[in-house]
Ligand binder design. Structure first.
Ligand code: G6P
Length: 487
C-alpha cells in the first residue's frame, strides 16, 4: 500500500516507452503478427506483472493507411498495448536522428563519428524539432487514455520531453520518468545545444529514476551547473518545487528463466549444443549489434587469447549472437561490416578444415534457444551500458552449471554483480584476454562461490521489485508534495 492507501496491485499504470514490448510485422492488408521486441527495457518490463498496466509506444513499423492502423490497434489491444503511429519522416529525424545518432552515443560517452560531426551539427535543429513533435504525439495518446488516479511512467532517452508535455495537459497527473541508459557527466551533457530544454522537461516529472547512484548524481550536477537549480539529498529544487531524483536498479523476471531450464525443448537444445561443441569450452556473447556493446573489442581480445595460448586453439569457441538493431542508422551499418571483417580474418587465421574459433550470428534467437545458450560462460564487454540485463539473464540460467561471467566495469551491472563476476576494462584487450584464461581455468569452488553471490542478487532484485519500488516512491512523492503545498 502507498501513503494514499491505494493497493499497488490494483493501481492502473500507463507505461510509456518509445518501443512497445511487441513489434509488429505486416502479413497482409489487415493482418499483423507480433514479435517480442529486443533490448533491456523490454526484458525488464515483461517482468512487471502485479499492476494493471497498459503499454503505450511505437510498434516499430510505418502504417500509413487507416485500415492498417485500425487492424494493428485491435491486435495490440489483446496484449494491452496502445500504438503511437509515427510516420517515416518523424522516425528518420526523431528515432534514427536525434535519439540514436545524437543522444544515444552522447549518453554512452562515444561522441559523434568524425565524418558525421559537421553534418549532424547542421541537422541538429530540425532533428530536435522532430523530437519535440514526437514526444507531443506520445503525450496526445497518453492523454486520450489517462484516467484520474493513474500513474504515468515514462521511459528512456526517447521521451525526455514527455513529462513536460503531460504536465502541461494536467498538472495533477502523477508522472515518473526513468532512464535506461547511463546519464553522463555534466561536462558531456553540457555540449548538447538542447541541454537546458531537455533537463527542464525531465524535471517536470514528480520522480526521476536511474539505474545507479552515479547516474543520478550526474543528473543532479547537470541541473545545478547548467540550470543553476539547487541540488538537495532528495533531488533537484527550483523556486520551491522539488523533483525527486533517486536510483532504482532494474532487474529481470528471474523465475521465467529458471523455469525455462526445465522445459524439455530447452533441455534438448542444451544436449544438442553439448554434442556440437563436445571437447570445446564455449564462451558466449549475446548483444544487440550496437557500438556500446564493444563487440569488435571483445573479438580482438579473444584473438589475443588464441595468439598467446596455442594449446587452447582447438578447445575453445566464441559464440557471438549479435541481434541486428537500428539498421537504418549509418553508424550501425558500418559496425556490422567491421565486425564481419574482423571475424572473417580471425577465422581465416585460426580455423581448420572442420572448425572455426568464432561462430558469429547476425540474428536474434527465440527465448528457449537463448536459455539453452546461457548454460555456458559469458563475455559482456560493453564500453558503456545503463545496466546490461543479458548478464542477469546469464546468471539466472546458471544454477547447475555455475559458469563464469566476465563483465565490463562500465556496465551498470558491475555495481550489483561485481563481487561475483570477473570485472574487466573492455578497452584493454590484454586484460580481457587474460580474464578469458582465468575464467577457463577457474576452480569449481571459486566458480560456485562467485555464482552464489550473483544468483542471490538476480533472484531477489527482480523487475517486479524494481517497478513496485519506483511506483511506491512516486505515489509517496506526490502525497508529500501535496502536504507541503497545504502547509
Ligand atoms: C536499449 C534502450 C531501449 C531500446 C532498446 C532496443 O535497451 O534503452 O529503449 O528499446 O535498446 O533498441 P531499439 O532502438 O530497437 O528500440
Amino acid at each position: 500500500e502507498g501513503l494514499d492507501g491505494r493497493p499497488f496491485s490494483r493501481q492502473r499504470l500507463l507505461v510509456v516507452a518509445n518501443r512497445l514490448p511487441v513489434s509488429a510485422v505486416r502479413r497482409g492488408e489487415e493482418s499483423w503478427s507480433l514479435e517480442i521486441s529486443a533490448g533491456g527495457l523490454v526484458s525488464a518490463l515483461l517482468g512487471v506483472k502485479e499492476f494493471e498496466a497498459r503499454w503505450i509506444g511505437w510498434a516499430g513499423v510505418n502504417v500509413p493507411d487507416v485500415r492498417g492502423q485500425e487492424a494493428l490497434t485491435k491486435a495490440l489491444a489483446e496484449k494491452r498495448c496502445i500504438p503511437v503511429f509515427l510516420d517515416e519522416d518523424i522516425v528518420h529525424q526523431y528515432y534514427n536522428g536525434y535519439c540514436n545518432n545524437i543522444l544515444w552515443p552522447l549518453f554512452h560517452y562515444l561522441g559523434l563519428p568524425q565524418e558525421d560531426r559537421l553534418a549532424t551539427t547542421r541537422s541538429f535543429q530540425s532533428q530536435f524539432a522532430a523530437y519535440i513533435k514526437a514526444n507531443q504525439m506520445f503525450a496526445d495518446v497518453v492523454n486520450q487514455h489517462y484516467k484520474e488516479g493513474d500513474v504515468v511512467w515514462c521511459h528512456d532517452y526517447h521521451l525526455m520531453f514527455l513529462p513536460k508535455c503531460l504536465k502541461e495537459y494536467n498538472s495533477e497527473m502523477k508522472v515518473g520518468w526513468f532512464l535506461h541508459t547511463p546519464f553522463p557527466s555534466s561536462e558531456i551533457h553540457r555540449t548538447l545545444p538542447s541541454r537546458s530544454d531537455l533537463l527542464r522537461a525531465v524535471l517536470a516529472a514528480d520522480l526521476v529514476g536511474f539505474h545507479t547512484y552515479d547516474y543520478a548524481r550526474h543528473f543532479v550536477s547537470a541541473c545545478t551547473r547548467i540550470l543553476g537549480y539547487e541540488g538537495t539529498p532528495e533531488g533537484v529544487e527550483n523556486q520551491g518545487r522539488l523533483t525527486r531524483v533517486a536510483a532504482f536498479p532494474i532487474g529481470i523476471d528471474s523465475d521465467r528463466f529458471i523455469r525455462a531450464l526445465e522445459v524439455p525443448q530447452v533441455q534438448d537444445h542444451i544436449r544438442e549444443l553439448k554434442d556440437t561443441f563436445a571437447g570445446r569450452k564455449v564462451m558466449l556473447g549475446v548483444d544487440r549489434l550496437d557500438m556500446i556493446k564493444g563487440i569488435p573489442q571483445k573479438i580482438l581480445a579473444f584473438e589475443k587469447f588464441l595468439e598467446e595460448n596455442p594449446d587452447w586453439r582447438d578447445k575453445v569457441v566464441l559464440l557471438q549472437i549479435a541481434v541486428p538493431t537500428r539498421t537504418d542508422v549509418p553508424e550501425y551499418q558500418k559496425l556490422t561490416s567491421q565486425v564481419h571483417e574482423i571475424v572473417g580474418r580471425i577465422n581465416g587465421r585460426f580455423g581448420t578444415l572442420t572448425t572455426v574459433p568464432i561462430h558469429h550470428l547476425d540474428r536474434s534467437l527465440d527465448f528457449h534457444a537463448l536459455c539453452a545458450l546461457y548454460a555456458v560462460t559469458a563475455l559482456v564487454t560493453s564500453l558503456r551500458d545503463g545496466m546490461n540485463l543479458v548478464s542477469y539473464e546469464f546468471v539466472a540460467c546458471q544454477d547447475s552449471k555455475k559458469g563464469v561471467l566476465i563483465l565490463s566495469e562500465f556496465a551498470g551491472a558491475a555495481q550489483s554483480l561485481g563481487a561475483g563476476a570477473v570485472l574487466v576494462n573492455p578497452w584493454n584487450i590484454t586484460e580481457v584476454a587474460a580474464s578469458i584464461g582465468r575464467a577457463l581455468n577457474m576452480s569449481p569452488e571459486e566458480r560456485e562461490k562467485r555464482h552464489r553471490h550473483n544468483f542471490a542478487h538476480v533472484t531477489t532484485h527482480t523487475a517486479q521489485e524494481w517497478a513496485e519500488t519506483f511506483v511506491s516512491e512516486l505515489n509517496d512523492t506526490v502525497v508529500e508534495a501535496q502536504l507541503r503545498i497545504r502547509q
